[in-house]
Design a protein around this ligand. Structure first.
Ligand code: CA
Ligand code: CA
Length: 146
């Protein structure tokens, strides 16, 4: 799930398939994984809900297309795109899974998971345990495409 605040009032009738495209640097167009687009109550942010996680070890560009319009019927001005990297186990966001990531997970094992430490919960279980260290270890050497 990705929430994008676009900072202007959006027409909910245009938050439909085709309003957002997702393209992986390595894997190409994965827009078919978009399950649903919704506007939040402010009407200025769109939430992109996926039917399945994006394939790991890729860099994705989320692009807002001209299908999405403001309440005055205009497409969004400027470069309405954002880039997101997906690399499970890369807790320090270095672009590769290394021993440093495993040590960082170990340093957070058993500590409460909050917004700041959520990244160390590699298997998204709600806590940081040896299973997260193992999840990072099995991904050692994986890296984002350049
Ligand atoms: Ca790393
Ligand atoms: Ca966990």
């Amino acid at each position: 799930m990705l929430r994008v605040d676009l900072g202007r009032p959006l027409d909910p009738r245009t938050a439909v398939a085709g309003a957002v495209e997702i393209r992986g640097l390595h894997g190409g167009d994965v827009s078919g994984r978009i399950e649903r687009l919704t506007l939040d109550p402010s009407g200025r942010a769109i939430t992109v809900r996926l039917s399945a996680p994006l394939p790991d070890a890729d860099v994705y560009t989320f692009r807002i297309t001209d299908v999405l319009r403001t309440t005055s019927g205009e497409p969004l001005p400027g470069d309405a795109a954002t880039t997101v990297a997906a690399l499970a186990g890369d807790v320090d966001a270095s672009g590769a899974v290394t021993a440093v990531d495993i040590l960082a997970v170990r340093a957070h094992a058993g500590k409460p998971v909050d917004a700041a430490t959520r990244v160390y919960d590699v298997n998204d279980s709600g806590d940081v345990t040896g299973a997260d260290m193992l999840a990072a270890r099995t991904r050692l050497g994986r890296r984002l495409p350049q």
